[in-house]
Design a protein around this ligand. Structure first.
Ligand code: PGA
Length: 250
């Protein structure tokens, strides 16, 4: 059984005050909702106060990125132990905006993934192809390489808590959602690669989320696909009622 995850990625939006206003409006809208795990990924300045505000509820919060070391002279970075110190156990890794604008590589995602695992955190590793790669029939190869590199030397035992987010870059923030069939096909490719890296049990148990222009209007059709185990939502996660509409899809 793969319990679905509906996660909101706030990117570089919301001050701490705005984040707390979101949480106050959002919690009553999803109170008692247990069918899906609900996650919020605020920016780092809001994370500690959001962690406090959701404590004891059915909502969890996580970080949008982290370094793999516990401390050091790495200006601008946040470490796993710093996140753990505020109770944060979820982290996004390898988001396409990190890859595109900040030169994130799958090799570094591998280091971060191993750090997250060794600290008992739940990493959500983002993978996805560019439009040009899809048009050149390279989708499978790109996904395979991203997954294989991120999981290099990660054993089945270590991959227990792993979550993958398939986010085709051409669908992020563009309104051009992948069709449920295209997404399901990519998820199947990722699951196949997971089996290669960590064995068939991990492949069957790992939750693979879809991300890229998810909205209240398209979540049901996406979730109807047996391969899709949840959603990573950007723009539509910024407004409490809209995100709650996605969480409570039917
Ligand atoms: P979007 O972003 O929902 O705004 O397309 C998704 C993401 O980048 O995680």
């Amino acid at each position: 059984m793969r319990k679905p995850i509906i996660a909101g990625n706030w990117k570089m939006y919301k001050t701490p005050k705005e984040s707390l206003a979101f949480v106050s409006a959002f919690l009553p809208l999803v109170e008692g909702h247990d069918r899906d795990e609900i996650l919020l990924f605020p920016t780092v300045t809001s994370l500690a106060s959001v962690m406090e505000a959701v404590a004891g509820t059915n909502v969890r919060a996580g970080a949008q990125n982290m370094h793999w070391l516990n401390e050091g002279a790495y200006t601008g970075q946040t470490s796993p132990t710093m996140l753990l110190s505020i109770g944060c156990r979820h982290v996004l890794l390898g988001h396409s905006e990190q890859r595109m604008y900040f030169n994130e590589t799958s090799e570094r995602v591998n280091l971060k993934l191993k750090a997250a695992i060794s600290h008992g955190m739940t990493p959500i590793v983002c993978v996805g192809e560019l439009l040009a790669e899809r048009e050149n029939s390279q989708t499978e190869e790109v996904l395979r390489t991203q997954v294989r590199t991120a999981l290099h030397n990660v054993s089945a035992a270590e991959a227990q808590r792993l979550v993958i987010a398939y986010e085709p870059v051409w669908a992020i923030g563009t309104g051009a959602t992948a069709t449920p069939e295209i997404a399901a096909e990519a998820h199947a490719m990722i699951r196949h690669e997971l089996a290669h890296c960590c064995g068939s049990q991990i492949a069957q148990e790992t939750r693979i989320l879809y991300g890229g222009s998810v909205k209240p209007e398209n979540i049901s059709a996406l979730m109807a696909q047996q391969q899709i185990d949840g959603a990573l939502v950007g723009g539509a996660s910024l407004v409490p009622a809209t995100f709650a509409g996605i969480v409570r899809y039917r």
